[in-house]
Ligand binder design. Structure first.
Ligand code: MN3
Length: 199
C-alpha cells in the first residue's frame, strides 16, 4: 500500500509573486515527490508499508535503525502540512480564539512574530519553524532536518520550511526576507485555527 504524493492545495502559480511557480514545481513535484518515492521504496513489503504517513512517522521516530525511513516519511508529512500552512492572499494577523490564545500564551501577536522570525532565522542549516500546542499551551519551536513536533507529543498548528530549497530561487541567501514574506503575505491562519479547534 504505497503512499501517494498529495496534490498542492492550490495552483503552482497561486503564491506568486511571493513564492514562484518555479519554486513550487521543484519543491512539490521534485523534492516532496522524492521523499514519497524514497519512503515507498524503503518499506516495500515490510510492516511499515501498511501504515498511514502519520503512523509511520511515529513508528520510526527515535529509532537509529530506521533513521533513513523516518527522514523520508517525516519530510512527506512536514511538506503536506507546510503547503496547507500557506494560502494565496494569506498573511497578517489571526483572529478569534487563536488570536486570544496567542495573546494569553505568547504575549501577543508581535511577540509571536518576534519568536517565529527568530526560530526560522536561527535554525542552523536545514529545518522547520513551528507553532505548536504543547501541554495545552502555544509554543514557537524549531526542528532540524526532518524532525517534527508530531513525533514529540506536540500538536503542530503551523509550519514554515526553512530548507534552502524552499526559498533559494526566489530569495537566494535572504532567508529573513522569505520569513517576513511568509508572515505578511502567505501564512494561512484558517488552517492553524482549524488545527487548534481539533486539538
Ligand atoms: Mn522542503
Amino acid at each position: 500500500m504505497a503512499i501517494e504524493l498529495p496534490p498542492l492545495p492550490y495552483e503552482h502559480s497561486a503564491l506568486e509573486p511571493h513564492i514562484s511557480k518555479r519554486t513550487l514545481e521543484f519543491h512539490h513535484d521534485k523534492h516532496h515527490a522524492a521523499y514519497v518515492n524514497n519512503f515507498n521504496a524503503a518499506v516495500k513489503g515490510t510492516d511499515l508499508d501498511k501504515l498511514t504517513v502519520e503512523q509511520a512517522v511515529k513508528a520510526t521516530a527515535g529509532d537509529p535503525a530506521k533513521q533513513g525511513i523516518f527522514n523520508n516519511v517525516a519530510q512527506v508529512w512536514n511538506h503536506t502540512f507546510y503547503w496547507h500552512s500557506m494560502k494565496p492572499g494569506g498573511g497578517g494577523k489571526p483572529t478569534g480564539a487563536l488570536a486570544s490564545k496567542i495573546d494569553a500564551d505568547l504575549g501577543g501577536y508581535d511577540k509571536f512574530v518576534e519568536q517565529f522570525k527568530a526560530a526560522g532565522a536561527t535554525q542552523f542549516g536545514s529545518g522547520w519553524a513551528w507553532l505548536v500546542l504543547d501541554g495545552g499551551k502555544l509554543q514557537v519551536t524549531k526542528t532540524p532536518n526532518a524532525e517534527t513536533p508530531l513525533a514529540k507529543g506536540q500538536v503542530p498548528l503551523l509550519t514554515m520550511d526553512v530548507w534552502e530549497h524552499a526559498y533559494y530561487l526566489d530569495f537566494q541567501n535572504r532567508r529573513p526576507d522569505y520569513i517576513t514574506t511568509f508572515l505578511e503575505h502567505l501564512v494561512n491562519w484558517d488552517f492553524a485555527a482549524k488545527n487548534l479547534a481539533g486539538a
